[in-house]
Design a protein around this ligand. Structure first.
Ligand SMILES: [Zn+2]
Ligand SMILES: [Zn+2]
Length: 225
């Protein structure tokens, strides 16, 4: 209620009252991914989320991308991160669920899996006040009837990934995560993040989950750069 007064809910694109992005602007502005690609070789995948021949190179059994990372989504996600527009996350979740609605295969994967998210470091969470990946993950899990669980923990502080080359990113993140959970976990887990660049964060999270004997690990991201 108070947030509604500080940040009145009007569409950031057309000014329509009611949400931060209205349904018609979602359709116009988000560049939905038309064809999913294998996250290893970047080539089209017809069935499954990763080519059999690419499996040896990844801890992930597939990465599902909702939209192309462009100026629009960059600004949208930056606003969520830095200006604390909590409710904007709900709209982003709406966009993601709308896209998932059309993809039977991945919808089924989510319904049969536990959902988790890339954890933020303690001090970063305090600075931002929340982890947007966690909020996205709980919104997605709720929609498809699965559970969002905090399965991953950062073992140590990593440098900010921005500006690092691919190899530096991999070293920076090497064994940065561990899977710590006392309850039951399904054999299949979907890790959610907002943006994916090289995919090294998701890979390291995937490694931590596979090390903890999770059979299938998938990634789901709002946008890929
Ligand atoms: Zn609009
Ligand atoms: Zn491939």
């Amino acid at each position: 209620m108070i947030l509604d007064l500080i940040f009145p809910k009007i569409c950031q694109c057309c000014g329509e009252v009611g949400s931060y992005i209205c349904d018609s602007c979602i359709e116009k502005k988000f560049k939905y991914t038309l064809k999913q690609k294998c996250h290893v070789c970047k080539k089209a995948v017809n069935k499954g989320m990763i080519h059999d021949k690419c499996k040896a190179e990844s801890f992930l059994d597939g990465v599902f991308i909702i939209a192309k990372y462009d100026k629009f989504i960059e600004n949208y996600i930056a606003d969520i991160k830095y200006e604390f527009y909590y409710a904007m996350i709900q709209d982003l979740v709406k966009v993601m669920n709308k896209y998932l609605e059309r993809n039977k295969k991945f919808k089924k994967i989510i319904a049969q899996s536990d959902v988790t998210y890339v954890p933020l470091h303690f001090w970063r969470k305090r600075w931002r006040g929340f982890n947007q990946a966690e909020r996205i993950a709980s919104g997605i899990a709720e929609e498809w009837g699965s559970k969002c669980k905090r399965l991953l923990k950062r073992k140590r502080n990593t440098k900010c990934q921005v500006g690092l080359k691919k190899k530096e990113r991999l070293n920076n993140l090497k064994d940065a995560f561990e899977c710590k959970y006392s309850g039951n976990v399904k054999r299949s887990v979907v890790i959610i993040d907002d943006v994916m660049t090289t995919g090294s964060t998701l890979e390291e999270c995937g490694k931590a989950l596979k090390d903890a004997d999770i059979e299938k690990v998938y990634g789901l991201v709002a946008a890929r750069g």
